[in-house]
Design a protein around this ligand. Structure first.
Ligand SMILES: Cc1cc2nc3c(=O)[nH]c(=O)nc-3n(C[C@H](O)[C@H](O)[C@H](O)COP(=O)(O)O)c2cc1C
Length: 187
């Protein structure tokens, strides 16, 4: 178990293809989702919800991606279609964070969308805190309405991200981080 500040200063993403099982236990998954729901939320609107993909559900999602991909890319090779099928099968767990905004007299849609981003980031951090690795991804499927409908999203819902969660197969190097002198000013 890492101290919070160590976790926050060392967390990094790992590609799903470099992840393996086992995934979080049911109790750990509940903890991760609970942390995902514990985010700033102006107006207590709850402008997000989660879809869990584990086991066979990951393959069923991949079949949706492959079907839509094939229909919209007539020149797609069998290898490309196969890769779409496998998108969710590398990590043992994928959590979709769905942004569901609604008109509110005081809370702009932008703030509601930011809350979904906070939720996704909390899920990433909770996974790391429990000893897993995570990667927040979108990809074409996150913006394709046919895919989103097949995953159960309503027309006014958007996909904030698919969080892939698993165990790291091997340690990897960190990437360069922005220099604070480039992004911080004092007023
Ligand atoms: C909303 C959102 C969508 C993202 N989608 C992708 C993606 O589709 N593909 C990708 O390679 N990285 C994507 N990323 C970036 C990764 O989540 C990750 O931040 C990146 O690989 C750098 O790793 P780090 O988290 O260790 O800084 C996305 C990040 C955000 C915030």
């Amino acid at each position: 178990m890492l101290y919070a500040i160590d976790l926050l200063t060392t967390r990094r993403s790992i590609k799903p293809i470099e992840m393996s099982g086992p995934g979080p236990s049911p109790a750990e998954l509940e903890k991760i989702l609970t942390v995902g729901a514990r985010v700033p939320d102006h107006g207590k609107i709850v402008p997000w919800r989660f879809i869990v993909f584990e086991g066979d559900a990951r393959t069923r999602a991949g079949e949706i991606f492959a079907k839509v991909f094939r229909a919209k890319n007539v020149t797609a090779t069998p290898d490309q279609v196969e890769a779409e099928k496998k998108r969710f099968t590398h990590a043992p767990l994928v959590i979709a964070v769905v942004s569901r905004t609604s008109k509110h007299p005081k809370v702009p849609l932008w703030e509601q969308e930011l809350s979904a981003g906070a939720s996704a980031m909390n899920i990433v951090h909770a996974a790391h805190a429990l000893g897993y690795v995570a990667n927040w991804l979108t990809g074409w499927m996150a913006f394709d309405r046919d895919v989103l409908t097949a995953l159960g999203l309503s027309p006014d819902e958007k996909l904030a991200g698919f969080i892939h969660i698993g165990k790291a197969e091997r340690p990897t190097d960190d990437r360069p981080r922005p220099s604070l002198s480039d992004i911080v000013t004092r007023f």
